[in-house]
Write a protein that binds this ligand. Structure first.
Ligand code: F6P
Length: 463
């Protein structure tokens, strides 16, 4: 059934540049939601983040198969919302990244950023959603992620009969992790979310943590409202991409200079991705296996992310320092053990997906991690996935990957060795099993699970 949906997310499906040209947004959320546009009647509400977008805010922009409404927030409010509260505070709480003896500081500046930034931007989003619901009262609202925890309650207050759904793309931690935030803030987050009719998580682990923290903090049991729906990818899109000219050109370059074995990682430069420990693990592997010097390289393709936030800028510095340190130790003539590229180059990432012998995904915590699903689909070398036990993807793919603890660099080094010495039949069996799983549990299944939950709500409301 084609239904009317109002999708609300901070980042929209496209980015409008200063010159008016339109580009596809990268990132798992935007990519996954694009599949929704093919089958549903969608109005998408997102933040205006560039000069070009701010100029278009307020209008409804008719795109090929959906309508786009961009919300221009006050620049200072947006900075507090995105750069102080959502990332890093909420992101760090949800990925357990704070070093609690030192950080974070919940000082007057943070209280102001919460009130005049996070709450104000959420109010801005809620106003636009309510205006949209006046035109389309039968549309269901589909909120996304940690940027928008307060908006659903505001929409519920303004339009009590509305149908609201929220998908949380990041891990949900244990209740005590939320105690980093003062009571009023952590309760507002939980109250905002439970104003939805349906709340979705990638895994049972994140869903049960949410139920636990809602019981702890609010004394509420919202089991009936929650759904587990692991996000996925569109396999046909990757099959096509793998044969596209830009990917084939990037692949020729990789093949032209690759050594015998390639360990690949593809990530945003985010502290949750655990890139520095990944380099340390590779160093330990090289220490233990001098016979592999000159025969193996780690190719790290990293998309620079959230660089206006000091914690992220510092982490990027740490990534560069650590790779240089390892390279300085082992470099010989024309062999550099780590090739580090800090750029947003999706075709090169897909080319690297085709060429990996080992894919390293060692995230500290990760809601899902789509790289672990995308790369095996197009890999041409019976590559092995080394996968952190703290990724959502591990709940689905763990049995066919080599499981690592993200803090155990020794174990990660050993896993690289195990992957590189695994016999061909075993590698092929594991890779094929991952592919079959991803093909049969694709992004449409993710959407169907949530729409089915929404239909259940609608049916109950009619009774
Ligand atoms: O993991 C959550 C998420 O929203 C992803 O869906 C997306 O890839 C990433 O964060 C993007 O973050 P940002 O919008 O800050 O670049």
């Amino acid at each position: 059934m084609r239904r009317k949906l109002i999708v609300v997310s901070n980042r929209g499906p496209v980015r409008v540049a200063r010159d008016g040209s339109v580009h596809r947004s990268s990132g798992g959320l935007a990519t996954a939601l694009r599949s929704l546009l093919q089958h549903q009647d969608v109005t998408w509400i997102a933040s205006a983040t560039t000069e070009g977008e701010r100029a278009l805010a307020g209008e409804t922009l008719q795109q090929e198969n959906y309508r786009l409404r961009l919300v221009a927030h006050d620049a200072q409010a947006y900075d507090w919302y995105y750069n102080v509260v959502a990332n890093p505070m909420l992101w760090f709480v949800q990925h357990s990244l704070w070093e609690l003896a030192y950080t974070p500081k919940v000082d007057a500046a943070f209280h102001r950023a919460w009130r005049d930034g996070y709450a104000a931007v959420n109010e801005g989003f809620a106003r636009v959603v309510l205006a949209e619901l006046e035109h389309e009262p039968e549309a269901a609202v589909f909120f996304h992620d940690y940027h928008l925890y307060l908006a659903p309650k505001l929409v519920r207050q303004g339009c009590p009969d509305s149908t609201l759904m929220h998908f949380v793309h990041v891990p949900w931690p244990q209740p005590d992790c939320w105690r980093v935030l003062p009571r009023a803030m952590r309760c507002a987050i939980h109250e905002g979310l439970i104003a939805n009719d349906v709340i979705g998580f990638h895994t049972e682990r994140w869903r049960s943590n949410f139920l636990y923290s809602t019981r702890e903090l609010l004394g509420e049991d919202v089991t009936q409202k929650t759904v587990t729906a692991p996000i996925s990818v569109n396999p046909a899109e990757f099959a096509e991409l793998a044969q596209s000219d830009p990917v084939l050109a990037a692949e020729r370059e990789i093949v032209g200079k690759r050594p015998e074995k390639l360990v690949v990682r593809v990530d945003r430069t985010d502290p949750s991705k655990n890139i520095v420990r990944g380099f340390r693990a590779f160093e330990l592997y090289l220490d233990a296996h001098p016979e592999m010097h000159r025969r193996v390289r780690m190719l790290a393709l990293l998309d620079p992310s959230r660089q206006d936030i000091p914690e992220y800028a510092e982490y990027l510095g740490a990534i560069e320092r650590e790779s240089r340190r390892v390279n300085d130790r082992f470099q010989q003539d024309d062999w550099t053990p780590i090739e580090l590229r800090i750029e947003d180059d999706f075709p090169r990432s897909v080319a690297a997906y085709k060429q990996f012998d080992v894919l390293l995904v060692n995230a500290i915590f990760d809601g899902m991690n789509l790289v672990a699903k995308e790369a095996p689909l197009v890999n041409a070398r019976d590559g092995v996935v080394v996968l952190s036990e703290n990724t959502g993807a591990h709940a689905e793919l763990g049995e066919w990957a080599l499981t690592v603890n993200p803090f155990d660099v020794e174990g990660q080094g050993e896993a690289i060795h195990q992957a590189l010495t695994m016999d061909a039949g075993e590698r092929q069996r594991r890779l094929e099993a991952i592919r079959t799983h991803v093909r049969t549990h694709d992004v449409n299944e993710w959407l169907d699970l949530q729409l089915a939950a929404l239909n259940r709500v609608a049916t109950t409301a009619r009774r």
